[in-house]
Design a protein around this ligand. Structure first.
Ligand code: B3K
Ligand code: ZN
Length: 873
């Protein structure tokens, strides 16, 4: 298969102004009648014939202005139907039949439980009807839905309902109209029998918006948090960005069968139930936060994605990077900014950095793709959000806001590019951002090497930087990046020092922004002692890897005293990484520097003024997978042993302190979702797990108590994990009890699968196989696949990389089978083999064998083929 190239973009030859759809919905077979009002695009480069995309459609008829087509007028070209001789303005009518029940790929119209739902992004609309299915074709939609009333009492589509009524044979209908022109990927339909929670929101200009959140009736009582989150998101978008909602109704539908997190269809969001349902008995604090964030994210898309959309799929980060940035800020404004920033950077490092270093490395605006669904990645989303954040860092909050205002002023109702976004930022601030554009094009994680110097003659403290891009063909000829670097200094007493550049008057602020534009950059500072301790990349001001030769002692000082909480975390991380790297290189023997880490941990544990949630972040060690990232060859078992040895040492030496802090966090109060209570639960569960890792005295009993007395899922899961991972005798009983209690709750069972999938050791493979046979497991359900096999592949290195290759064989088998069911999910899973070469000859050979067996599968999907071939290249 040949890739599609960004450079090959051409404006659409034809536009669609309006679509009239009629869907006669049934699970076995749905009839779709479509009328498209098309016209030639005056901006088209050539007079090309009309081209409509369609996949798996049984076509009954095609008419142009009501007239059937002669055979020679209509030819097929891959997924496209090419129609010749269409007048410059015309009405195209098609009638097709589709089969939702057979649609296991969950793209297009599919059956989810007793509901019928659609998922159209990126190219699912072509599985519903013939259409120029590309985001720069924007049309208004009027949709008439017809279905059996008893089975599908609820009939929804985008926009406002115009009419509804009864038909013969127990059927009914509803007509929906969306006045906003939109690309087909934002189209949605729901036919279902669901319960609803209703509320309303009044926008600041006085529009009354009906808010409706739907789930299956048994979960109606778990929708309050989703509704509250939606209202918070609507209010926040008005306050922070002046953006208001634009229709009279907003729907959120929860389903258990969904390929990803959620989908921002205009006024009819469809959500994975895990990002909607929440109550203390079944959702953890992390789930609560994620529900709020994802509801925010999809809501924010109404402006950044729907009102202003992408011209082509290469521009995906235009809407995704920006909307992730917006949801990050939403959470930061509502909760702890420090903890949110740390968590986001930790995710970036754990998920995006390996992508940058792997076979599918791509820029935030990719240059080519075979299957666009493979590019909904941490790079496009999370690194894309960092790129947006850098605009704000460079232009200031007000400058960024001016840029965004101009972006909407210029482009509301349009399908645009990342260059348009950059131009709005530049023009609104009268800044030249030409160089900044390279962030959209460069591939890989840029490196920044820093050195320090002191000019004794002049009394200047000097910071020098050298930047470099990774070796990737797309980076050749690419000049240096514009890199915002926030810095500060600590004095010998660990107090922050004012930072004054040479030539400036007066005293500078504690944190200063340096903007690097050349490969080599030098910055001189006045009034700093030669032994000032530099703190660099505060707030993670740019998505780079920073190298500087801090001593272990210096890292410990930064970890304890940097006024920037992110930098404290960063220093703690570096120190822990050093200790672990030294241990790995010494066959799991801990180096002396461990004493510094112990002291740093002790200080955190004893600091009662510190937010416990922040303390929990500071005390989290890099995972085995993250440690593996840095190594080649990867010694899976030695990494595991080294990390275990460190956990053991930390918990044993610090046992009294840990125990005291644990007890202080367990205040006995009933469940509350206040930030204080959330923070205390985070820290107490972290400590509990540490104490089991360290086999501290009576830790088992503590965990059993913790489990049995839990009145919420955070504590129940925290304790279950400690018991199961600690391989404590009581674990089996707890697992059985948990299963009995929650066997009918798919979301909670996902947690039950995941906690077992991540238990280390070669016996994991047998456990996974047994769990795959569990009645609650199904390869057809993406959440189950992610919980069991995703967790196994990504978070259980000693199990997945079992020396006999059984983990690889299992994964290979699953991917081949899943490819025939759901290619999108199969392709995600296939990325677990990405770094196969780094695991030593024997393991590499076995992994390559599995990759080849997948590549050889007959009828392999383009999704999986793209991933697997890139890995084998
Ligand atoms: N825009 C959707 C993702 C669609 C993924 C298609 N494979 C969710 C989101 O980012 O908000
Ligand atoms: Zn999104």
């Amino acid at each position: 298969r040949r890739p599609i190239l960004r450079g090959d973009y051409r404006p659409p030859a034809w536009l669609v102004d309006h679509v009239d759809l009629e869907l006669e919905l049934a699970a076995e077979s749905t009839r779709v009648l479509a009328h498209l009002d098309v016209r030639r695009n005056p901006e088209a480069l050539d007079r090309e014939p009309l081209r409509l995309s369609g996949v798996e459609l049984k076509t009954r008829r095609v008419l142009v202005d009501g007239q059937p087509l002669a055979d020679r007028q209509r030819t097929m070209d891959g997924e496209s139907m090419v129609i010749g001789g269409v007048p410059d303005v015309a009405r195209i009518t098609t009638e097709v039949e589709i089969h939702p029940e057979r649609n296991t790929a969950l793209e297009g119209l599919y059956a989810a439980g007793s509901s019928l739902l659609t998922q159209c992004e990126a190219e699912g609309f072509r599985k519903i009807t013939w259409f120029p299915d590309r985001p720069d074709v924007m049309a208004t939609f009027r949709v008439r839905l017809i279905a059996d009333r008893a089975r599908y009492p609820l009939l929804l589509s985008n926009g406002n309902q115009l009419e509804s009524g009864e038909l013969e044979d127990g059927r009914h209908y509803a007509v929906w109209e969306d006045p906003f022109p939109k690309p087909s990927y934002l189209f949605a339909v729901v036919a279902a029998d669901l319960a609803v929670l209703e509320d309303h929101f009044t926008t600041r200009s006085g529009r009354q918006v009906a808010l409706k959140v739907y789930s299956e009736p048994v979960n109606l009582h778990r929708l309050d948090h989703a509704m509250a989150s939606l209202k918070r998101a609507m209010a926040w978008d008005e306050e922070r960005w002046g953006l208001e909602y634009d229709l009279d109704v907003y729907h959120i539908i929860a389903t258990h069968d969904f390929n990803m997190g959620a989908m921002e269809n205009k006024s009819l969001n469809i959500f994975n139930a895990r990002y909607v349902l929440a109550d203390p008995d079944t959702a953890t604090d992390a789930d609560y936060e994620a529900v709020e964030a994802v509801i925010g994210h999809e809501y924010f898309h109404n402006w950044t994605g729907n009102r202003v959309t992408c011209r082509d799929w290469f521009q995906l980060t235009l809407k995704e990077g920006l909307t992730v940035f917006r949801d990050q800020e939403f959470t930061a404004d509502l909760r702890s900014r420090a903890v949110k920033r740390i968590a986001d950077v930790a995710t970036l490092m754990a998920r995006q950095f390996p992508e940058d270093a792997g076979p599918m490395a791509h820029s935030v605006r990719p240059e080519r793709y075979i299957e666009i669904n493979n590019f909904y990645t941490a790079t496009v989303y999370e690194k894309g959000a960092e790129v947006v954040r850098m605009y704000q860092t460079l232009l200031g909050r007000e400058g960024f806001r001016r840029g965004l205002d101009l972006y909407f002023e210029r482009h509301d109702g349009q399908a645009v590019t990342c260059d348009d976004f950059l131009a709005a930022m530049a023009d609104a601030n009268d800044r030249d951002l030409t160089q900044f554009a390279r962030w959209y094009a460069q591939v890989g994680t840029p490196r920044l090497e820093m050195t320090t110097d002191y000019d004794h003659e002049r009394g200047h403290y000097i910071l020098r930087f050298r930047q470099s891009l990774s070796a990737h063909p797309d980076n050749e000829q690419r000049g240096p990046l514009m890199v915002p670097v926030k810095i500060g200094f600590l004095g010998p007493d660990n107090q922050p020092l004012p930072v004054t550049r040479v030539g400036e008057d007066g005293e500078g602020a504690e944190t200063r922004l340096l903007v690097l534009t050349n490969v080599d950059a030098e910055f001189r500072f006045d009034q700093l002692p030669p032994d000032a301790l530099p703190s660099v990349l505060r707030d993670f001001s740019a998505p780079v890897r920073l190298d500087y030769d801090w001593s272990d002692e210096q890292l410990a000082r930064l970890a304890g005293h940097d006024p920037d909480p992110f930098s404290r975390w960063q220093a703690m991380r570096r120190l822990a990484e050093r200790v672990l790297t030294a241990a790995i290189e010494a066959g799991a023997r801990l180096p002396d520097a461990v004493e510094l880490l112990i002291a740093a941990w002790k200080a955190v544990l004893e600091d009662e003024t510190l937010d416990p949630a922040l303390a929990a972040e500071l005390l989290s060690l890099p995972s085995e997978a993250e440690l593996a990232q840095q190594r080649d060859p990867v010694d899976v078992d030695c990494i595991h042993e080294s990390r275990k040895a460190l956990l053991m040492r930390l918990s044993q030496v610090l046992e009294p302190v840990l125990r005291a802090r644990y007890l202080a966090c367990r205040d006995g109060a009933a469940w509350s979702d206040s930030p204080e209570a959330v923070g205390r639960r985070a820290l107490s569960n972290l400590i509990l797990n540490l104490m089991l890792d360290g086999q501290c005295e009576a830790a088992d009993g503590l965990a059993v108590d913790h489990y049995e007395s839990a009145d919420n899922m955070t504590d129940r899961m925290g304790a279950l994990k400690a018991l199961v991972h600690g391989r404590v005798g009581a674990a089996d009983r707890a697992l059985r009890g948990f299963e009995d209690r929650y066997r009918d709750d798919p979301l909670v069972m996902d947690k039950w699968f995941a906690v077992q999938a991540s238990v280390a050791g070669a016996d994991a493979v047998r456990r996974i196989e047994a769990l795959m046979a569990h009645p609650a497991f199904s390869l057809k359900n993406p959440n189950k696949v992610r919980a069991l096999l995703g967790t196994f592949g990504l978070h259980n290195p000693t199990g997945f990389h079992a020396a006999d290759g059984s983990g690889y064989a299992l994964m290979g088998r699953v991917i081949r089978e899943l490819d025939g069911i759901n290619p999108q999910v199969a392709a995600r899973l296939a990325t677990v083999f990405n770094r196969w070469q780094a695991y030593g000859a024997e393991r590499a050979g076995r992994m390559r064998g599995e990759l080849e067996a997948i590549a050889d599968k007959k009828g392999l999907s383009p999704d999986v083929e793209e991933i697997v071939k890139a890995a084998l290249r």
